[in-house]
Design a protein. Structure first.
Ligand code: PA5
Length: 436
């Protein structure tokens, strides 16, 4: 059953109805090119049928490796950057507890991330933690040549060898990389690390349902079968329907393109759950890297309400009118908490005594939508009943599919990222890398 609902009724008044119908036709054409594989970047469509083609043996193998890591390590360090860590971080944060003391799941290894920046203090602090904890490492790089994870792996391998002895570290390392290319693959073969392959035809930001995302999520103790099943359900649903009315990905892609053509060039993904902050980061990479090229694309931004209503809320309500909101709305929390009655009512809050916190949160969401749409901020609402592995699987596939449709509608190749290379050349020449 599809649990993701896309409501564009509070965005429609901001676009011309006929123009929207025209864009819907363009997105339906993009849908055809995606499904028949005739669009740009069609050598990177491995993600399209991935959910229905993940072998059951691979899931079992990942769960077995996760069990093995759980037995030998208190911490799993996931080394990777961009698409090689954001999906795992997004899922573990969304499914786990909110506070570090019981984060992410008290009975399973803590999953810590490295190699997604070059900050010395961040990595110094990590090594301090690793001095005290037993640990294993998942080093993830599709190209096997990205600087940040390679530097972090060098630091952590050195730490592992000093801590456990040079000949005693191989079984603590899992490499997830290309099947044949790259320095990481060479090292993994030479040292005999357990490896998983990132398929050639799946780019980093579309790789969360490969071992890149599945292994760390399984180690953290979450159900990867349910995650993949959710994605399968969404794959079946989106591949077979062709109108904005029946296909939520067409509806979403058509509306964001319609708004872009109406000078709404910034899309803000809004959530009301701190546990979804990294889901927004994953979404930003997906859309930013897929669409931001050839001087085109929406700028993907994100906020977490109600916290950011007290910071970015002012701009959204009254700043430059070039933005719209896409609210990721979760109907039900997992736990129940009611606001107590206070005999003195000194804070004047007895008018909400007895209500659940989520009822108040929902009124904040509704009130914010009313205020922001009155302030000329169109609102797309993507709602789900709860956050669990199945729903997250549906959401991930939904956004991947919608992103591909949206990129094709813009006229770009949603599967390359030529601009990511620009800074590297400058950095390498400043560092004196031979050949730069
Ligand atoms: O989406 C992408 O392809 C990029 O963001 C990559 O994930 C990121 O640059 C990391 O690359 P790699 O996995 O090759 O180290």
């Amino acid at each position: 059953m599809i649990k993701v609902n896309v409501d564009i009724s509070h965005a429609l008044p901001f676009v011309d109805g006929n123009a929207f119908k025209g864009i819907e036709k363009e997105v339906s054409a993009a849908h055809r090119s995606l499904i028949d594989g005739s669009g740009k970047g069609n050598d990177f469509l491995g993600w399209l049928n991935l959910p229905t083609s993940i072998p059951a043996e691979m899931i079992s193998q990942i769960n077995e490796d996760a069990d093995r890591i759980r037995r030998l390590a208190e911490v799993l360090v996931v080394i990777g950057i961009g698409g090689s860590y954001l999906g795992a971080k997004a899922l573990i944060d969304a499914l786990g507890y909110n506070y570090p003391m019981i984060y992410p799941n008290p009975d399973f290894p803590h999953v810590l991330f490295a190699g997604n920046n070059l900050d010395e203090d961040y990595h110094y602090d990590l090594l301090k933690i690793l001095d005290e904890k037993s640990y294993a490492v998942a080093v993830i790089s599709k190209s096997g040549t990205t600087t940040e994870p390679a530097v972090a792996f060098r630091l952590i391998r050195d730490h592992l060898e000093r801590k456990y002895g040079k000949t005693n570290v191989g079984f603590r390392i899992i490499a997830i990389t290309d099947k044949s290319k790259g320095a990481l693959k060479k090292l993994a073969d030479a040292e005999g690390y357990r490896t998983y392959v990132i398929p050639d035809d799946i780019g980093g930001r579309y790789s969360v349902l490969t071992p890149v995302g599945l292994l760390p999520v399984a180690v953290a103790g979450f159900n990867i079968e349910n995650l993949v099943n959710g994605a399968k359900e969404m794959q079946d649903h989106l591949s077979g329907t062709f109108t904005a009315e029946t296909n939520p990905a067409i509806r979403y892609a058509a509306m964001r393109n319609a708004l872009l053509r109406n000078e709404k060039a910034i899309e803000i993904l809004v959530n009301y759950k701190p546990g979804l902050v990294y889901f927004s980061e994953w979404w930003k990479q997906l859309f930013g890297e897929s669409e931001g090229k050839e001087n085109k694309g929406l700028f993907p931004a994100s906020v977490t309400f109600t916290a950011d209503l007290h910071s970015m809320g002012q701009y959204i309500q009254e700043g430059r009118r070039n933005l719209f909101e896409t609210v990721l709305s979760v109907d039900q929390p997992l736990n129940e908490l009611r606001i107590p009655l206070d005999a003195d009512d000194t804070d004047g809050l007895n008018f909400i005594a007895g209500k659940r916190l989520s009822e108040v949160d929902k009124m904040a969401e509704l009130g914010t939508r009313m205020a922001h749409t009155e302030g000329n901020v169109p609102n797309i609402r993507i709602s789900v009943p709860v956050i669990d592995a199945e729903v997250l699987g549906q959401l991930i596939y939904f956004f991947e599919f919608a992103c591909a449709l949206s990129g094709y509608t813009l006229g770009v190749n949603p599967f390359d990222q030529p601009g990511v290379e620009a800074y590297k050349g400058k950095m390498f020449s400043l560092l004196g890398k031979p050949g730069y």
